[in-house]
Structures are given as C-alpha cells and as structure tokens.
Design a protein around this ligand. Structure first.
Ligand SMILES: Nc1ncnc2c1ncn2[C@@H]1O[C@H](COP(=O)(O)OP(=O)(O)OP(=O)(O)O)[C@@H](O)[C@H]1O
Ligand SMILES: [Mg+2]
Length: 691
C-alpha cells in the first residue's frame, strides 16, 4: 500500500496538536495553549488576555444555542426592574400630589397611586418568577452541555495526556470548577442583569429627580469604578490560585484513595497527612486571600454608599429648608439611593463569582483545547473484513517530546494468523510495541499498518473490532460479571456470554459466585481475585472475537492449571488470528509460531522457538539457564510443550520439561529463572503442542 504518512488527521502534526505539544519554534507563542498555563498563578498580560478570550469563546459557544432564551430573560428582567423602579416614583407622587388631594377631599389620585403600586408589586412577582425559572433552566442546560463536553473530550484524550494530567485534576475540573461556574450562572445572570439595570435606571432617575443631587451621586461612581477595576485585576490571579490549589488537594485525595492499599501497606499515612496539610493550607491561604479581597471591596462599596447618603441627606435637607426641593422628592431620592447601593453590593458579589468562574473556565477551556494525540481520522479507510496482517514501517516512538527514543526505527512484518511471542528484559519495549499495535499511541515516526492500512487511517470502531489488547491489569467496571464479559460484544446474549466464559475456563468459578453471572463485581472488580479478573477479561476477548489479539502478560496472575486452561482455549481462538503475546512464562511462549527477542527497543532475535533454542543467542541462553534450574528437580523432559513458559528458555517443542516444571521468567533480566513451586506442584496436563 502507499506509504503511510502521518496525514492531516493522522497524528501529531495537525494544527491543533500544537496545543498538546508545542514545537520549539512555536513554544513561545503557544506556551499557554491547552493546559500548559494551568499551574501558573501569575500569567503575563499577553497570556492572560488570550486565556480570557478563550474562556469567553467557550462561554459564547455554550450560550449560543440559548440565544432566544437569553434574550427573553433579558426582556423579563428589564420589565421586572421597570416595575420595581416605578415603586418609589409612585410613592413620591403619592406624597406630593395624592396625599394633599386626599386631604382636600379628592381620594381619586391617591387610590390610583395605591393601585399602581399594587400592580407593580404583582408584576414584579410574576416577572421575577418567570425570569428565575428561565435563567435557571438556561444555566443548568449550559452546565449539562459543558459537563458532557468535558467528559466526552477527556475520554478521547490520549493516554499520554492523562498520564501527566492525572485523574485528580480532571475530577476538579468536573466538580469544583463546574461548581464555580454554576454559582455564577445561578446568581450571576440574575444578579448581574438586575443590578446593572437597577444601577443604570436609578442613576437616570436620580438625575431626573434632581440634577444637582443626582450629579453629586454620580460623581462617586468615578472612585467606585477605579476600586472595581482594582478588584477585578487582583481577584483574577487570586482565583486562579484558588482553582489551582483546590485541584492539587483533589489530586492528592484521589491518588491516596486509589492507592489506599499501598498507603496502608507501606505506612505512608503520616507522610500523606503532612502533604495533604500542606496542600490544604495553600488552598486555605488562596481562598482566604480571595475572601479578604472581597471583604475590602464590599466594605469600600458600602462605605461609599453610606457616605453618599450622608451627603445627600445634608445637602437635600438644606435645599428643602430653602424651598428648592420638595420633601417627597428628597424622600424618593433617598429611597432610590438605597436602591442604588444595594445592587452595587450585589454587583460586587457577582464580580466575585465572575472572577472565580472565569478562573474555572480558563482551566476547563484549556482541557477542551487539548487535542487527542491519537485522533480519529476524518475520512477513515474502511476495514470491513480485516485479515490481521501487521507491519511496522521504520516505526520510531518516544513517550514525550524530549524523552528517549524507546523504539528506534522498528521494521516488522507479522503475516495474518501468526502467533508471535515477545520476550526481553524489563524495559526492553515490549509493552510499548504492543501499545502501538493497539494504537494507544501513534508512532513518532514511520507507521504501523494493519492489512496495509495505516492505523491512523482506520476508524476507532473498526480498529477496536479488529484489535483487542489484554493487559495484566484487567480492568473490570462496576456491574455484574455478565456485564463485564459482554463488554467484548455489546448485545451478546446470556448464552453467548456463558459460552465465552466456559471456553476460557471461567464458567466454574462464576457459577460458584453467590449470584452467578449476575454477581456484582464491585469497584474495579475488587470482589474477584486477580486471576479471576483475568479470566473474565479473557472471556471478554473470546466474545469480542478480534482478528488481532495482543496479550501483555495477560496470564501472569493465573496459576498454572488456569493458565493452561486459558491457553487451551486461546489456542483454538488464536488458530486463525494474529496474536502478539508478551509473557514471562515459557509455556506461553512455546505456543507461539515465532519468538521476537527485544533489547533496548530493537528486535535482536527473530525465529521459531525451536530454532532459537537451537542457536546460541539470548533466547537459547535463557533457555539453557532455565533447563539447568529445572535439572535438580525434574530431570527428564517428556514430549510436548509443557508448561515451561518463558521465552528465554523454552525447550524445543519436542523436549519440553515435565508437567511439574517451574515457571521460568522469560525476561532474562537475571538469567536466573524464577521458580514457582506452588504452581509447579499442581501442574495440569499440558495443552496440545504448538502448531
Ligand atoms: N508511559 C510512559 N511514559 C514514559 N516512558 C515510558 C512509559 N512507559 C514506558 N516507558 C519507558 O519505555 C521503555 C520501555 O517500556 P515498556 O513498558 O515497553 O517495557 P517492557 O518491555 O514492557 O517491560 P516489562 O517487561 O517490565 O513490562 C522503558 O524504558 C520505560 O521506562
Ligand atoms: Mg511491559
């Protein structure tokens, strides 16, 4: 097939990818993209402006579908405020004209005023109700959409992103950051609109009522505006710090809880406590700083309000005394003045919520800006009936931009249906190679192809159907055993599920569980042993029926009889499939058609196990060491491929060690095979010899 390039959708070099991994050339300009600026509390102006613009873009995109609703909410809140504002005006005219008329025996005007006030009161209630319902709905819809976006996006982000970002930070984005936005939407829309409208309306009315007094009041807005600007600047960095520190607390919490076994096993509680104390202390300090800021700001606003009232009262009274102002107007003026400063207080709270939400949005928009390192192709090449031919074309790979080259230019061809065992010392790159086949990562250079198609050009659905990887850590999700097996093929019937379990030898233990296949496995399958979890994972693969199977030490938690049962099952499954098996046990390796010995990311030996054992390479050495280790215990080697499983030293197919053989370590890291006595004593009859 044509040379696969990392196409426009094929991997890193997409435009947006730079957000994940800025290249040195663009590093300066783009060093704020994605989550890069997340840990910075102080960002320079240029970056700050861009971060804010990004948050606003996100907010706009969230609000756009609700444009009509937002407009209606605006109308409602304006109407409500008009009704609200009419109140004092009616009181003023009632005092100045209605009351004198009533005293003069004409109750008409006064009752009009009273009726008008009643109407305004009712209208305010109805409009307020409608507004709150509408704005509440919009707010929650926006949050729902954002939560969905973050979750969906996070699931698509690559392993490498999650490895460095950690689940704790993701959790804090989804919880505390969204809460901050929730606070803003809840009180913000309401508070901002009604307070802003009130302030403007009142200001106009004040000037209209009495110009000199009105202008005096407006003059106080200038220092107020300066104070507000100061507050906004300061609160931005404070709230950035709050969001960052609360995320650190959550990260520490999730890591401790996820590793609670290790924490208790290694008595790490004290150490964790002191780390947590430190982080919580930082969070408290950051939050305290923001509250201090709010305290100063609101106090200043209120002080301005009250001082203005004093001035208005003094000047107004003086003018009333001199007959320049009517008493009613002064009363209305003072009432309005109160109405001016109450919403200013509220505006301060909104500004506070806004700063907090803006910092949260900054972080959330950063996560959303991250591009998946293994994106789905825009125009995938369909793979309706994969054959399972794998090829590495000069594939190079490094985990991080400046990290070491873990796989340097690897060339490999695995024909369809071949079972390949990968062996080599720890850190040789076996799992890395396997992860490239399953496309958890894309190669940094070169390509990996399936049936001649670059994996980057295959849709996720096709790829997941064609290639399944099972690792040592078989992950089970909350739910029943049956649910977990059915993950392999959603929609499988109960009979198919049970057949798959029976095929890998899991049926027996599952049936023995209190509720059989409906038994809840609890969090991460905590109710099952690790061997049982692996059997469930195998049943899953059996059901999924993929063309290519990748097993990364997938049988390491099984005892020999179980492993053999799985192998027996796997042999039927593997017969017509391509398989890549990484195992430390000789018996597993011996079922392979071909063994690849890896060292430092390179394939240093390649051939059928029997051939390699006959030579004098690493594999042969490992094999001999393994045989030596068996010698005192079990002198002769009956026919067939017995349980010795390590690639390092599998006996030739014709002279496998006895059934009770040790399970050797294929990694060859010590050259000293590990003996598994417990297992050795209960070795079951070996599976049929390798093909
Ligand atoms: N997520 C990662 N980020 C950075 N480096 C990694 C990552 N995973 C593995 N490496 C590095 O890549 C190299 C190869 O690791 P790999 O997991 O492929 O080894 P392996 O052959 O599977 O070893 P083992 O037998 O212990 O499982 C190692 O040097 C390791 O430190
Ligand atoms: Mg590994």
């Amino acid at each position: 097939m044509s040379r696969p390039h990392p196409g426009p959708t094929g991997g890193r070099p997409t435009d947006t990818d730079q957000s994940t991994r800025p290249t040195p050339a663009t590093a300066h300009d783009d060093d704020w993209r994605g989550v890069a600026a997340e840990d910075r509390e102080e960002v320079d102006r240029r970056v700050g402006v861009r971060l804010q613009a990004r948050s606003r873009r996100l907010l706009r995109s969230l609000l756009r579908p609700h444009a009509a609703g937002v407009l209606l909410a605006l109308v409602l809140v304006v109407a409500e405020n008009v009704a609200q504002l009419a109140g004092p005006l009616l009181i003023a005219t009632a005092i100045d004209t209605g009351v004198p008329a009533a005293i003069a025996g004409r109750p008409g005007p006064l009752s009009w005023h009273v009726g008008g006030y009643l109407g305004c009161a009712l209208a305010t209630a109805v409009l307020r109700h409608a507004f709150l319902r509408l704005s509440g709905r919009i707010g929650q819809d926006v949050l729902l959409e954002l939560r969905k976006r973050v979750f969906d996006h996070a699931q698509r982000l690559s392993l490498s992103f999650h490895e460095s970002y950690t689940s704790g930070r993701m959790i804090s984005r989804m919880t505390s950051d969204l809460d901050a936005l929730d606070d803003l939407l809840e009180m913000g829309l309401d508070g901002l609109m009604s307070s802003a409208l009130t302030v403007v309306g009142v200001a106009v009315l004040l000037v209209w009522l009495d110009q000199p007094l009105g202008l005096t009041v407006l003059a106080t807005f200038v220092p107020l505006f300066l104070v507000a600007r100061w507050f906004r600047r300061r609160s931005q960095s404070t709230y950035r710090r709050t969001r960052t520190t609360v995320a650190r607390v959550i990260v520490q919490l999730t890591e401790t809880m996820n590793g609670i076994r290790a924490v208790q096993a290694f008595r790490r509680e004290r150490r964790n406590e002191s780390i947590m104390d430190g982080l919580s202390g930082e969070y408290r300090a950051a939050h305290r700083d923001s509250l201090r800021l709010v305290a100063r700001f609101t106090a200043v606003v209120r002080l301005f309000g009250n001082l203005t009232t004093v001035v208005v009262l003094a000047v107004g009274a003086w003018r009333v005394a001199h007959g320049e102002l009517e008493l009613g107007v002064l009363a209305a003026f003072l009432l309005y003045l109160r109405k001016l400063y109450d919403p200013l207080d509220e505006l301060a709270m909104v500004a506070n919520a806004y700063s907090s939400a803006a910092a949260a949005l900054e972080k959330i928009s950063g996560v959303l800006e991250e591009a998946p390192a293994v994106p789905e192709p825009a125009r995938p090449i369909p793979l309706p009936a994969p054959r399972g031919e794998l090829r590495f074309h000069a594939a190079g790979f490094r985990y991080t931009d400046h990290g070491p080259l873990v796989l340097p230019r690897l060339d490999l061809h695995v024909p369809p249906g071949q079972t390949v065992a990968l062996v080599g010392a720890t850190g040789a790159g076996k799992s890395t190679l396997a992860k490239l086949v399953a496309r958890f990562y894309d190669p940094t250079e070169g390509a990996v192809t399936l049936d001649g198609v670059d994996l980057r050009r295959i849709s996720d659905a096709d790829l997941r159907r064609a290639v399944v990887m099972v690792t040592q850590e078989s992950f089970l999700f909350e739910g029943s055993v049956a649910d977990n097996i059915a993950l392999g093929r959603p929609g499988a019937t109960r009979a198919e599920i049970e057949a798959a379990a029976a095929a890998v030898g899991a049926h027996e233990f599952v049936s023995a569980l209190p509720e059989g296949y409906d038994t809840h496995v609890r969090k991460r399958g905590g109710r099952l042993s690790s061997g049982q979890r692996q059997l469930v994972a195998f049943a899953r693969v059996f059901l999924a029926d993929p063309r290519v199977i990748v097993l990364d030490e997938a049988t390491s938690s099984l005892d020999l009889p179980s492993e053999r049962a799985v192998q027996a099952a796997m042999e039927t499954v593997l017969a017509h499939r391509t398989a890549l098996i990484i195992a430390h046990r000789l018996s597993t390796v011996l079922v392979a058609d071909r063994v690849l010995v890896m060292a430092d990311g390179r394939i240093v030996e390649d051939g059928p196990p029997v051939e390699l054992v006959g030579g004098d390479g690493r594999f042969a050495r490992l094999h001999r060491a393994w045989l030596d280790s068996l010698a005192p215990a079990e002198p002769s080697a009956p026919s067939g491929l017995a349980e010795p499983s390590a690639p390092s030293e599998p006996p030739p197919a014709s002279s496998a060690p006895p059934a009770s053989s040790a399970s050797a370590d294929t990694s060859g890291r010590s050259g000293q095979p590990r003996r598994d006595n417990a297992n050795a004593n209960q070795a079951a009859p070996r599976p049929a010899a390798t093909p």
